[in-house]
Write a protein that binds this ligand. Structure first.
Ligand SMILES: [Zn+2]
Length: 248
């Protein structure tokens, strides 16, 4: 006889940087083991692929690969929160410079090494509820290059972030369309070479503007850790702006 199937609780997800609404459900034991496998991996792509696998299973209503990377990160935090609790323990190594006793002189006095790294592990509790997306400063998606010609940007997705993409390719991938007085040209209709020729003709001052007002001011996870080192008493304050710094 078939056993009853336990319905998965599902939760709505909205963000002011996302069109439409998604739903997600907590991850199962099987998916948790995927996370554990990549926990200590230094490979960014390996980690992103694990996150992708989990999101593709837990999120309904969107193509995960096409979502902005910061939405993916936020969604992952929300799923993790509902799956295994709000609290995450992280450990950092204290890099404060201290004077350390390294041994004894013949006369019994201490040998002191000055300005060495404290290196004491500092344990911090992160409440995932407090980790939220934030956007600071002026930020925009549409840039006028000349009086008539301009570009509309889109956020880097999980797709553009997985793998070894040159910075230039990531920039090109973030141009959604190029417009002039008459027409909007979606970049899907252009080859990479055509896009490159266009991008190379953009004046440096405009590239700087796009870097500052689009790339550098993009929404990101935001959380500040405050922890006192048990070894030297130094108060560490660290801003967290990505998943990697939480799940180390
Ligand atoms: Zn310390």
């Amino acid at each position: 006889m078939a056993l009853p199937i336990i319905p998965k609780a599902s939760f709505p997800y909205t963000s002011k940087w996302l069109k439409g609404k998604l739903t997600y459900h907590p991850f199962t034991v099987g998916l948790e083991s995927i996370l554990l496998q990549v926990k200590d991996s230094k490979d960014k792509t390996e980690k992103l692929n694990a996150i992708r696998q989990i999101l593709e299973d837990c999120v309904a209503g969107a193509d995960v690969m096409a979502l902005p990377l910061f939405i993916v990160e936020d969604l992952f935090i929300r799923i993790r929160e509902k799956s295994s609790g709000e609290s995450v323990q992280a450990t950092y190594i204290c890099t404060n410079a201290v004077d350390k006793v390294t041994g004894k002189n013949e006369d019994g006095s201490d040998i002191i090494a000055q300005g060495v790294e404290c290196a004491t592990p500092v344990h911090v509790d992160i409440n995932l509820k407090d980790v939220k997306l934030a956007q600071e400063g002026e930020h925009k998606l549409v840039f006028q290059i000349t009086e008539d010609i301009g570009v509309k940007m889109r956020y880097p997705s999980l797709e553009t972030s997985i793998g070894e993409n040159a910075p230039e390719d990531i920039v090109l991938g973030c141009i959604e369309s190029v417009f002039d007085a008459e027409t909007v040209h979606p970049t899907e209709g252009s080859t990479n070479e055509e896009l490159m020729v266009f991008w190379n003709s953009v004046p440096l001052s405009k590239k700087k503007e796009i870097t500052q007002l689009f790339f550098q001011s993009m929404p990101s996870l935001s959380y500040t850790i405050q922890a006192v080192c048990p070894g030297c008493g130094y108060v560490h304050e660290q801003k967290i702006d990505s998943l990697n710094s939480i799940f180390t």
